[in-house]
Each structure stands twice: as structure tokens, then as C-alpha cells.
Design a protein around this ligand. Sequence first.
Ligand SMILES: Cc1cc2nc3c(=O)[nH]c(=O)nc-3n(C[C@H](O)[C@H](O)[C@H](O)COP(=O)(O)OP(=O)(O)OC[C@H]3O[C@@H](n4cnc5c(N)ncnc54)[C@H](O)[C@@H]3O)c2cc1C
Length: 425
Amino acid sequence: MKSADYLIIGGSAAGTTAAETIRNLKPDSSISIVTDENHEMYSRVSLPHYIRGKIDREQVFLRKPEYYSEKNINLLKNTKAKNLDSKNKVVELANGEQVQYGKLLISVGGYVVPLKIPGSDSKNIFYMRTVEDADAIIKASKQAKSAVIIGGGFIGLEFTSCFKVNGVSDVTLLVREDYYWKGKLDKKSAQVLSNTLKKNGITIETNEEADHFDYSNNQSVVVTKSGNKYQADVVGVGIGIRSDLSWLDGSGIKIDRAIVTNEYLETNVPDIYAAGDCAQFKDVIFEREHILGNWANATSQGNAVGKTMALTSPKAPEGQAGQRTVFETASSYSINFFDGSCTFIGVADEDYADEIIVRGSVENHKMTRIFVKTINNVMRVVGATVINSTPDVAPLTVAVKSKVDISQYKDELANAGFDLKNLTL
Ligand SMILES: Cc1cc2nc3c(=O)[nH]c(=O)nc-3n(C[C@H](O)[C@H](O)[C@H](O)COP(=O)(O)OP(=O)(O)OC[C@H]3O[C@@H](n4cnc5c(N)ncnc54)[C@H](O)[C@@H]3O)c2cc1C
């Protein structure tokens, strides 16, 4: 049986960052990363840039093979953790190997949620998560004239410009709701975003839900529940991600919507931690349980949990032994599409905020919503959605992170002339 002082399942943002943090603090320890992908760490964030031809394929990769040997990190590629025996501290892999661990980090992110409607196994239907997906999207869209995108959200938005830039002339986005990105954006913000898409040649069809695909002569027709038909040489699907935690069945680890952790990213089982997209952590900034799906969060969590794992192990560096790091951040997720941009900062959740203050207008093609909540008697900015107003992003991110009292400025926030930097001066 193999063994590792630190065993990490998932070698992406959270897992690799944790391994590197541990290596810095514990030079003599053994560290293994298990990944079911056949690659060293690469950037999912860069995949749309690669598809759009802005960067080369090799620029997607963040670590070279020799890096792992230099850092003495054992990377087990192309195999999957398939069972956890938490009592005996053993992870069983799909290739038949077993690995005994001292401490275990679960950083398995999420897989795409597959579209399950008749015909959805057609070969011209694409998802966007891996380098292989990106290769396939480039190849198919270069030969396509028409595309349909199913699913709003960030991936749907990425698909719009990825298809267009690769020469697809006719791109249609099908939206189930009565406006784009309902549930995350209000109607006006969605209108600003939709106007940018329309201006760049994207057709948006609302109240349209794909029912099935008809596929013949290398072309599929998306038939919606309302009976309308949309021709598509290629189809892009972005309907969410979901962690596969089935291999943890029987391990005793508490799982709710994701793996439940405290503020140190410790699970309820000793010596087992979770970080990144698969962690439902106790968020001390917003004082609630939280799952985040973004790169900055995954790397920050990898860093925090790596410190805790290293420093609570035997032979921790003198003066730091036993220290645990509280994970504390307010992250944001931004994308640029055509000449527009869209950013979500902190908790932009209508049910969570006390009040939402709006800056900008549809006419000016900019819209920022600022989510305000009083926590422990302090009126704070807890989140924001920012469409086509990039200068608002940095000061609002700082305001969310610094938890400052903004009560004296609250009435000014709606005024587009008010400099948001004042919030944290
Ligand atoms: C196309 C795309 C664009 C994005 N753009 C942005 C962006 O602009 N900004 C932003 O902040 N975020 C973006 N994201 C989200 C960001 O990439 C994720 O939040 C981030 O990758 C999460 O990192 P992670 O380490 O938690 O998990 P992941 O990156 O999901 O990695 C988890 C790894 O674990 C592997 N794995 C899963 N189960 C097992 C198992 N049982 N055994 C072994 N290995 C396993 C997976 O295959 C994967 O390699 C984007 C995501 C995608 C797909």
C-alpha cells in the first residue's frame, strides 16, 4: 500500500495550492495528489480565452510536469478516488491502488451537469470544463454556421463569444425564464447585459426550454417545449456543475449541498478537510454557510487549508505548531464578453440583503446593484452585481472585504457621480 503524509484528491486550484503551501511549511513531508484528469494543473478560467484564440493551448497549463518532481509532489494522474475508509485512513483508487494518509484534503470541484433530454447524446453537443472540451469546441465551431446555447449563467455567456469568434454566424441563446439570468440579475441589469449580446449579433429567445434534439445529416434541430425549432450545427450547454461525492458514502463525512466544513475547512471527521468548489464552509465574513464556485476562492481556500494541515501535523515549524487558519475572503467572479463585462462580488443574494441600491441605467448601458445588510449593528456592503461598469468593481470588492460601516454614505450610493472609493477611505 502506498502512503502519504498529505493526500489530496483533485489537482486543480484548491488542491495544487494546498500542496504547494504544505510543501513550503513541511519540506520533508510526503505529498500526493490524485487527479482523474490526464494533466498537470491547468486553468479553467483560461479555457474561454484559448477557445477565442487569445492564448495558445500551452498557456492554459499552469504547472509543467517537471515542477512536481522539483517540489517532490507525487502526482497520480488519470485515476480516481473511488472509496474512502476514514477509520483506517485509506483511500482506494480506481486503478486498484490504495493510499494510506496522515491528512486528507478533498478538493474535487464539480463535474458539468449533463443535459438529459432525448437526443442529448448527439456528438455536436458540447460542455465547457476541461481542456479536451475546449479543443472539441474550437474544432466544431470552426466548421459551424449555426449554434444554440442552452443555459444562461457564466458558461452560457462564455459560449456566446466563443462561438462568434470562431466564425459561427447565427448564435441563439435559449432562456427558460422570461428574461436572461433571472434569479441572479434583476430585469434591468439583465436588459443591459442582453442589449450588449444583441448588439454583438446574439439572438436571445426567452420562455424557451429545450425539449429534445432531432439529429440528421450532421445537423441537429433543437425542439423546444413550445414546439419551436432552432437549427444548430453546434450546441453549447452550461446548466451548472455538481460535485461527485458518491465515493464518500459510508465515510461519516457530513455532506449537505456540498462537503460541510467549519471556518478552518475541517470536516466533521478528524484529519479530513475540504476546499474549493466542493466545500460548504462556515463563512466568517457573511456569517453563514457558503459554497463558492470561483477560482480566487478555490486558491485562497487551498492556501488556508494547506497551512492548517501542515501546522497541525507532527513536526510543524517551531512557533507555529498547532496554528489553524480561519478562511476569510470575499471573492468575486468577472467575465468579459464582446465589449461588455459582468461581475458578481461577495453575496449578491436578494434574500440575504436588507436592501439593494441601484446605480446606472439601461439607457447608459451600465448597471450596478449594491447589496447592503446590517450585521452586528454595522451597515455593510455584502455583495454587488456589476454590468458594464468596471470602475465600480475594485472599490465595491474592497468595501465587501473590509466590512466597513457605510451608513453615512448609503443615500449617496445610487448617485453615479459618487466615488465608491470613499466607502473605504
Ligand atoms: C470554462 C470555465 C470558465 C471559468 N471562468 C472563471 C472565471 O473567469 N473566474 C472564476 O473565478 N472562476 C471561473 N471558473 C470557475 C473556476 O474554474 C472554478 O471555481 C475552480 O476551477 C474550482 O477549483 P477547484 O480546485 O475547487 O475544482 P476544479 O477546478 O473543479 O478541480 C477539481 C479536480 O478534481 C478532479 N476530481 C473530481 N473528482 C475526483 C476524484 N474522485 N478523484 C480524482 N480527481 C477528481 C476533477 O476532475 C478536477 O480535475 C470557470 C470554470 C470553467 C469551467
